[in-house]
Design a protein around this ligand. Structure first.
Ligand code: ZN
Length: 356
């Protein structure tokens, strides 16, 4: 049934998408590097805590979450020195924990990887605990069935590892007009929400962000795949992206992707870091040329204005009569400034990740 589609609801006030769509489209390869920087360093021990929830359910969450870690160079540490589950409501614990799980916000969602430690990312004001990084809205219910429980926990913990949605790679299959109108009508989603839940940041596909993107094949068995109504696809039921029911366990490709993302091999770890360094250098080059382009536009703009003043004899404070050229220039400058701001945000992020 189409209406069974469950879409994650992120707090709309959340400022997690700082990089503009322009940036993602204009610099897909740089955006991929930014995606890569959302992964934790291999070998990281992630401390995890809970805001409330029953002890038994929280223990079960910690067990299911660890299914991701088989052969993966990353650890989840749910237990404090006294052998108890960490309590996020203790301020020091909240501060030192990178995974902060709660149950009281709307829907289920998780921040992507290192977003959880990014001070530039806004809190979630709709939650009782704004510092929450994961929300599991369905698991604390009595008698929740096992597949639904596992699905919820594994899917969100995949985001914690830094993985995007696998179904985003289906965007060439989408019947976009039908899909967008269905989502607006049935789930009251805005186009912006639809964009970030269903579409890749760029056609080039973020090979670092997506679990599946570790291979060329779309993995419809991935825990990060949504089961979507046939009407979403141009080929309807014949589309390879039309699957039912929802995956409830990790696929082979999910496991392989996690192992590849968090290798034990020293040479592979160095290679991942080198890629980040090269990404930072590429972004810094773009910043230099972006600054030069803005300076050039400024000089053209001021040259044109003074020419007009000379020929029309207008005072400098007066508006030129033909404002259409001005509007276009303003548009260009706005895009240039936005691009530069994006590049600087990406630079700051990579510098933090590289400890510079
Ligand atoms: Zn998700």
């Amino acid at each position: 049934m189409a209406s069974e589609l469950i879409v994650e609801t992120f707090p709309s006030e959340h400022s997690r998408y700082q990089l503009s769509q322009d940036f993602k489209t204009q610099f897909p390869s740089l955006y991929s590097i930014v995606g890569l920087s959302r992964r934790w360093d291999p070998g990281t021990i992630l401390k995890a805590c809970f805001y409330g929830g029953s002890e038994a359910v929280n223990r079960r969450i910690s067990t299911v979450a660890k299914l991701w870690l088989d052969g993966v160079n990353l650890s989840f540490d749910f237990i404090d020195d006294d052998g108890k589950l960490r309590d996020c409501n203790v301020p020091d614990v909240e501060k030192e924990s990178q995974i902060r799980i709660g149950f009281s916000c709307r829907g289920s969602w998780a921040l992507l990887g290192t977003e959880a430690t990014d001070p530039t990312i806004g809190s979630a004001p709709t939650c009782a605990a704004p510092a929450q990084t994961v929300n599991l809205s369905k698991v604390q219910v009595a008698n929740v069935n096992e597949s639904s429980f596992n699905r919820d926990v594994l899917h969100e913990l995949g985001h914690v590892l830094g993985f995007y949605h696998e179904h985003m790679r289906c965007d060439a299959e989408y019947d976009s007009a039908e899909m967008v109108s269905w989502l607006k009508q049935n789930l009251n989603m805005t186009e912006e929400e639809i964009g970030r839940q269903f579409y890749l940041p760029s056609q080039a596909s973020d090979r670092y962000g997506s679990a599946i993107a570790m291979s060329d094949k779309i993995d419809t068995k991935s825990i990060e795949f949504y089961s979507m109504p046939a009407i979403f696809f141009k080929r309807r039921e014949a589309s390879p992206c039309y699957v039912s029911p929802l995956p409830v366990t990790l696929s082979d490709q999910d496991r392989a992707a996690a192992q590849k993302a968090y290798p034990f091999d020293a040479a592979q770890i160095v290679a991942l870091r080198d890629e980040l360094k090269q990404g930072l250098e590429a972004i810094q080059l773009q910043i230099t040329s972006s600054v030069a382009a803005i300076a050039l536009a400024d000089s053209i703009f001021s040259g044109r204005l003074s020419a007009e003043i000379r020929s029309d004899g207008m005072a400098e404070t007066q508006q030129p009569q033909d404002s259409s050229t001005n509007l276009k220039l303003d548009d260009v400058r706005a895009v240039q400034n936005r691009t530069l701001a994006d590049l600087r945000a990406a630079e700051a992020l990579l510098k933090t990740r590289l400890g510079r």
